[in-house]
Write a protein that binds this ligand. Structure first.
Ligand SMILES: C[S@@+](CC[C@H](N)C(=O)[O-])C[C@H]1O[C@@H](n2cnc3c(N)ncnc32)[C@H](O)[C@@H]1O
Length: 193
């Protein structure tokens, strides 16, 4: 487990936003309990969550997309350190430029918060019949619940878009969504029967 700690330390030192501890544990339990085998992740950063998901079981594979070159290169190094090159397919691209034919049991959205509705609409086409879409950061450090005035215009914009995403999930005709106040706020969306 030392090497996982090293990734966490690197992320902290270099201000790389990786999943919070409670959030990742929740995600890993979900994968284990639901026998998830094929994962698509939007937002790899340095490969931390992709590696952790693969380590749940030997037969899990992850396709993960990252648009930042420095993070992508760091992820490549980390994936190699864990000998997971054959199970993690990392794509260096903006997720909106990626066309995938494959279907996945779990699609994990953990990228630009202002684009969540667009990620959801694009990648739901890659979901297996009984698959789920999990989204992280819905609380945005508690800011999506705050009644206080948010000073930064940029942050206000992200909070508004995340709240739009939450409403989009609540009103969705095709998917049912459960919301969890775990980590930075997680949702799990399943296709209605
Ligand atoms: C929160 S971090 C991902 C953390 C990672 N899932 C983990 O927990 O280890 C979000 C990442 O998404 C990437 N990203 C944001 N928008 C993207 C897009 N449209 N396409 C690909 N990557 C994107 C960012 O560069 C950033 O590294």
């Amino acid at each position: 487990m030392v090497r996982i700690l090293e990734l966490e330390e690197y992320a902290k030192k270099n201000n790389i936003p990786i999943m919070e501890h409670d959030g990742i544990e929740f995600l890993l339990s979900f994968i284990k309990d639901n026998n998830v085998k094929r994962v698509l992740e939007i937002g790899s950063a340095i490969g931390y969550s992709a590696i952790r998901m693969c380590l749940v079981n030997d037969d899990i594979t992850v396709t993960t997309i990252e648009r930042d070159e420095i993070r992508y290169k760091e992820a490549i190094k980390n994936i190699k350190k864990f000998n997971l090159e054959s199970r993690i397919n990392i794509i260096f691209s903006d997720a909106f430029d990626v066309l995938l034919d494959d279907k996945y049991d779990l699609i994990f959205i953990d990228a630009a918060k202002s684009q969540y509705i667009k990620f959801f609409e694009k990648f739901k086409l890659n979901l297996n019949k009984n698959g789920v879409i999990i989204s992280d950061n819905l609380n945005f450090h508690g800011l999506t619940h705050t009644k206080d005035e948010i000073k930064s215009r940029n942050v206000r914009g992200i909070v508004r878009k995340l709240n739009n995403y939450i409403d989009f999930l609540k009103d969705n005709k095709e998917f049912d969504t459960a919301f969890y106040d775990i980590g930075d706020g997680i949702s799990i969306s399943k296709r209605k029967n």
